[in-house]
Design a protein around this ligand. Structure first.
Ligand SMILES: Nc1ncnc2c1ncn2[C@@H]1O[C@H](COP(=O)(O)OP(=O)(O)OP(=O)(O)O)[C@@H](O)[C@H]1O
Ligand SMILES: [Mg+2]
Length: 363
């Protein structure tokens, strides 16, 4: 580790980095710090700028403005191969005529390593990804999951300071994706290297990341831990992109109170908003409780009445939708065995929530 690396906790720092392709702005001026050793995921809908951000860090493209630092060293215009950043691609990008061994050995040959070192490191990398014994296969003789393991082995074989993956599991089916998510997480723990990971799958991001950088049309919508994004979204976009959400619109009617546009007044956790301010209250479905017949709401809880509009059985949980009047539809989730008896469409229901579980968003 060089002296300059020893006093920074930041692997990558972006300062005012923006990217335009012709007249199209793919990334607005962005500041971002990636901590040393963390697993950071860039999450967002298609076209939000995830790959652009990754390619800027990798050096595949140069920014229109701003600076990129790697451990305090300005690498804005450093060629990709001199950055020490490894990349895993969605389409594997393996060389089809080469064996697995040669594919993984390639980055070491380019770096002029000795034959002994190459043999040792390739075997170590293949063992790490569970592909010992596959050395002589060609990529086309392997499954998608195995090919992506080769892609990962080729990335880790030369111990890059940062490992970046752009939708690496995008081409795999659900079960394999979940298995590979666990393997990649384990790899991150074992190597201790900084990972920057791109996905548009929110569950994958929630499962894998130390922090998530949620992107929306060329800018960061929110950067935080999976918990922060789920429980404390700062905007409607974040609330709707991560998980399921109930959104109740209205305006502040008094200190810590809100009048819903659909009718009813609710107690808020937040007491700082000015009277009359337009707001949206967000409640996660699992925080909205369906009261049983005769059951009273806990003291201080907000209560809303409605009728069951529909239910869907999703395995261990059942999702219940309730019409609460004036077009307001609320969704709640409950453990299946307790609700299957009482949630018939049209049944009157009462829903309640603790004001602490309501998140106030600016409209
Ligand atoms: N080489 C390019 N030339 C012109 N426009 C581009 C180029 N690369 C990206 N863009 C544009 O920049 C924006 C961001 O693209 P980017 O590839 O970063 O999105 P993304 O978040 O990775 O999307 P996806 O999930 O579909 O991969 C898009 O509007 C895209 O059309
Ligand atoms: Mg992309």
């Amino acid at each position: 580790m060089s002296p300059s690396q020893s006093h920074t906790q930041h692997a990558i720092t972006l300062q005012g980095v923006s990217m335009s392709f012709g007249s199209a702005l793919a990334l607005r001026p962005t500041d971002l710090t990636v901590h040393r050793g963390e697993f950071l995921t860039l999450l967002g809908p298609s076209g939000s700028g995830k790959s652009t951000l990754l390619n800027l860090i990798a050096g595949a493209i140069a920014p229109t403005a701003g600076r990129i630092l790697l451990d305090d060293r300005d690498i804005t215009f450093t060629p990709p191969r001199d950055r020490g950043i490894g990349m895993v691609f969605q389409n594997y990008a393996l060389m089809p005529h080469m064996t697995v061994f040669e594919n993984v050995a390639y980055p070491l040959r380019v770096r002029g390593c000795s034959a002994d070192e190459i043999r040792r490191k390739v075997h170590e990398a293949l063992e790490r990804v569970g592909l010992k014994g596959f050395e002589e296969r060609k990529p086309r003789q392997m499954s998608g999951g195995q090919q992506q393991r080769v892609g990962i082995a080729r990335c880790i074989v030369y111990s890059p300071a940062i490992i970046m993956m752009d939708e690496p599991l995008g081409a795999l089916d659900k079960n394999l994706r979940e298995q590979m998510q666990d393997e990649i997480k384990r790899l991150h723990t074992d190597l201790g290297t900084t990972f920057i990971y791109v996905t548009h799958d929110q569950e994958e991001a929630l499962n894998m990341s130390d922090r998530i950088c949620l992107m929306s049309v060329g800018e960061i919508a929110q950067l935080g831990t999976p918990d922060e994004l789920y429980f404390a979204p700062q905007s409607r976009f974040v609330a709707e992109f991560i998980g399921e959400s109930n959104l109740i619109e209205g305006s502040i009617s008094g200190p810590g109170r809100m009048a819903a546009a659909a009718g009813g007044e609710f107690v808020l956790r937040d007491t700082t908003r000015a009277k009359g301010a337009a707001v949206t209250l967000m409640i996660r479905p699992e925080r909205l409780h369906l009261l049983a017949e005769g059951e009273t709401a806990p003291a201080g809880a907000n209560l809303i009445e409605g009728r069951v509009a529909g239910t869907s059985f999703i395995g261990g949980m059942t999702r219940i939708q309730a019409e609460a009047g004036n077009g307001l539809v609320l969704t709640t989730k409950a453990i299946s065995e307790h609700v299957s008896r009482r949630a018939r469409p049209g049944t009157p229901v009462r829903l309640c929530w603790n004001p602490e579980d309501g998140v106030l968003l600016d409209r």
